[in-house]
Ligand binder design. Structure first.
Ligand code: PEP
Length: 251
């Protein structure tokens, strides 16, 4: 039985003070939920402050990216060890905005994954096709390439610790949600790919979130699909009540 996981990606929103207040709202609303893993991912600058708020609750803390090296001349970057000392449990890797605006590729996602896992961070690896790719009928090829490249050289044991987030790029921040059927089909396909790369058991064990304009009013139907194990939430995670309602939909 896979435990659902709902994570809020706050992106480049919330200064430290606003982040602390939002985190308090989340902890008050769902800080005692045990049946769903609840994670919030503030910007780097607010991590330590938010860590103080989630401490002692069941809410986990995640970062939005990290570098693969442990230290050095990489201006602007942050290493896994630094995230751990800020209290992080999770890290999002390969979000489509990182791929689109900051040149991340399957190869660099793979390097990050290979650094996050031994450090003890739980990675949330994002995959998903653009609108153009969906319209040209290559969604499965794109997702297969992203999963295969992202997991290259990762052992089966480690693969089962990874959370995947299927996020069709055309559904992120657009209000356009993939239908539960469209989403379910891709999630089932990702399990097949993992089954081929590792084993059916691992394909069935890995948690796969859906992300892309999830809201309180569509979460129930999406999370009700057999292969969807919760969500990665952008816009709707910036309000404690809407995020909490989405968490409850995963119960
Ligand atoms: C995201 O940023 O991962 C995301 C899914 O955003 P939104 O929920 O706003 O579409």
């Amino acid at each position: 039985m896979r435990k659902p996981i709902v994570a809020g990606n706050w992106k480049m929103n919330q200064d430290s003070e606003a982040a602390e207040a939002l985190a308090r709202g989340v902890v008050e609303a769902v800080g005692g939920v045990e049946a769903v893993d609840v994670v919030i991912c503030p910007p780097f600058t607010a991590l330590e402050r938010v860590a103080g708020v989630v401490e002692g609750s069941s809410v986990g803390l995640g970062a939005q990216t990290m570098h693969w090296e442990s230290e050095g001349a990489f201006t602007g970057e942050v290493a896994a060890g630094m995230l751990l000392t800020c209290g992080c449990d999770y890290v999002i890797l390969g979000h489509s905005e990182r791929r689109q605006h900051f040149g991340e590729t399957d190869e660099t996602v793979n390097r990050r994954l290979k650094a996050a896992l031994p450090a003890g961070l739980a990675p949330i690896v994002c995959v998903g096709e653009t609108l153009e790719q969906r319209q040209s009928g290559v969604t499965e090829d794109v997702v297969r390439t992203q999963v295969t490249g992202g997991f290259d050289g990762i052992s089966g044991d480690d693969a089962s610790k990874v959370v995947l987030a299927y996020e069709p790029v055309w559904a992120i921040g657009t209000g356009e949600t993939a239908t539960p059927e469209q989403t379910e089909a891709v999630h089932a396909f990702i399990r097949e790919v993992l089954g081929q790369l590792y084993s059916d058991e691992i394909g069935q064990a890995v948690r796969i979130q859906y992300g892309g304009s999830v809201k309180p009013d569509n979460a129930d139907e999406l999370f009700g699909q057999a292969n969807i194990d919760g969500g990665l939430i952008g816009g709707a995670s910036l309000k404690a009540d809407s995020f909490a309602a989405i968490v409850r939909a995963a119960l």
